[in-house]
Design a protein around this ligand. Structure first.
Ligand code: PGA
Length: 265
């Protein structure tokens, strides 16, 4: 069945603070010829800031989009060490991650700052990838849905539902990031379903269109089962995106998963 491009599955590689000029070129030399044959999946790569322009050049003849891992809330000026949304847009970024749990936990980014980054990205024409997710203690305390709703609500309050659903949402349970421990497909689907229902309460058609990715120790071995879930529209991949064949296998799992057709809300 033909799907409209915005409901193709989306797989984004988040390289985090890894790579070098030589390693990046070698990774992309192996990866691009393989994933360029996968026409039913959209892909993107988020390298560290210093490599964005060289990776942009390497991606030039491919359909793989470029994304950044962070941005400033400021537009320009005296903000030493910061990178603005318009700079990212200028060098060809399509996506930017906002609210990644590492930034929330290690760099004290709270919901208000995340919402500001989200709004700043949108205004510059970038697509924010809004990361949400609970810690292990929060899951064990039965707070998963409340935590995710709170993180989404902060952005909703700042930009409204029409702008929120223009973004990509990534559900990333903190306890599954970089730990090797993945949410089961059922656990992930349940939270994705909750997010979609919450979006539907704000705006029913928008809820169906919005892409909700899963992230947290996605690997070649578990990607297919996750992507087969009706409300999982792709993945945000950390560790496994640093290995060309692992990332290609995950993209292939997305390519061959059933077209995302969320069950009626
Ligand atoms: P991981 O990271 O795949 O290494 O768990 C995911 C992420 O942080 O986006």
């Amino acid at each position: 069945m033909q799907t409209s491009s915005h409901k193709k599955k989306l797989v984004i590689g988040n390289w985090k603070m890894n790579g070098s000029s030589v390693a990046n070129a070698s990774l992309l030399r192996s990866l691009l010829p393989v994933i360029s044959r996968f026409e039913s999946v959209e892909t993107a790569i988020c390298p560290p800031f210093p490599y964005l322009t060289t990776v942009a050049d390497l991606l030039d003849d491919s359909d793989v989009s470029l994304g950044a891992q962070n941005l400033s809330t400021h537009l320009s000026g005296a903000h030493t060490g910061e990178v603005s949304a318009s700079m990212l847009q200028d060098i060809g970024c399509r996506y930017v991650l906002v609210g990644h749990s590492e930034r929330r936990a290690l760099y004290a980014e709270d919901d208000e700052l995340v919402a500001k980054k989200f709004a700043t990205a949108l205004r510059a024409g970038l697509i924010p990838v809004l990361c949400v997710g609970e810690t292990l203690a929060q899951r064990q305390g039965g707070e998963t849905e409340a935590v995710v709703t709170q993180q989404l609500s902060a952005v909703l309050k700042a930009v409204g539902i029409q702008d929120l659903v223009k973004s990509v949402i990534a559900y990333e349970p903190v306890w599954a990031i970089g730990t090797g421990e993945t949410a089961t497909p059922e656990q992930a689907q349940a939270v994705h379903r909750h997010i979609r229902e919450w979006l539907a309460e704000q705006d029913r058609p928008a809820a169906t269109d919005c892409r909700i990715l899963y992230g947290g120790s996605v690997k070649a071995e578990n990607a297919k089962q996750l992507f087969d879930q009706p409300d999982i529209d792709g993945g945000l991949i950390g560790g496994a995106s640093l290995d060309a064949m692992s990332f290609a296998a995950i993209c292939w799992a997305a390519q061959t998963a059933p077209a995302a057709e969320p069950i009626a809300i």
